[in-house]
Design a protein around this ligand. Structure first.
Ligand code: SF4
Ligand code: SF4
Length: 145
């Protein structure tokens, strides 16, 4: 993974966008958490497998901009074993620290639970999620400029 060297102001802008992105993750997290805590404990096929706990290249841009450790450590677990970050209480990482797919993936059961929660809450969640995605896109564009 290659994160471009940028002049100081651009680097500060990237950090600012990464901070905003972290806040956006924090803002969508309680709503997602509310629903995963309702549907995931009884799930017959938990999606938190080790393969899904690895960062993609775009995740690493955010990780580098936030000056966080890259947690892509080697693991001898088979891809389909429970994710290395999965604890008895669910994921042990704060949401902004997880691979993006962990926030972006919604199984049917999860979506049904959200849709049953009330139109206003669902609409406001979708709008926060779109903001998050926009910020992530902006950060990727800044990195590739
Ligand atoms: S998100 Fe869906 S597939 Fe994944 S553990 Fe929860 S209920 Fe299961
Ligand atoms: S949400 Fe956490 S435990 Fe689940 S796959 Fe992602 S990193 Fe692993």
């Amino acid at each position: 993974m290659y994160v471009k060297r940028t002049p100081c102001t651009e680097s500060l802008n990237m950090e600012k966008t990464a901070d905003e992105l972290k806040e956006a993750f924090d803002s969508v997290s309680p709503y997602i958490q509310k629903h995963t805590s309702q549907v995931c404990p009884s799930c017959p096929k938990v999606c938190c497998i080790d393969r899904h706990g690895r960062y993609e290249e775009n995740d690493l841009i955010f990780i580098a901009a936030m000056r966080l450790d890259n947690l892509n450590c080697e693991s001898d677990r088979p891809d389909t074993d429970p994710c290395r970050f999965l604890s008895e209480k669910g994921c042990s990482l704060p949401r902004y620290r997880r691979p993006f797919r962990c926030t972006w993936y919604f199984c049917e059961k999860l979506l049904d639970s959200m849709k049953d929660d009330g139109a206003r809450e669902y609409k406001s969640f979708i709008s926060a999620l779109q903001k998050l995605q926009g910020l992530r896109q902006k950060l990727m564009e800044m990195n590739s400029a």
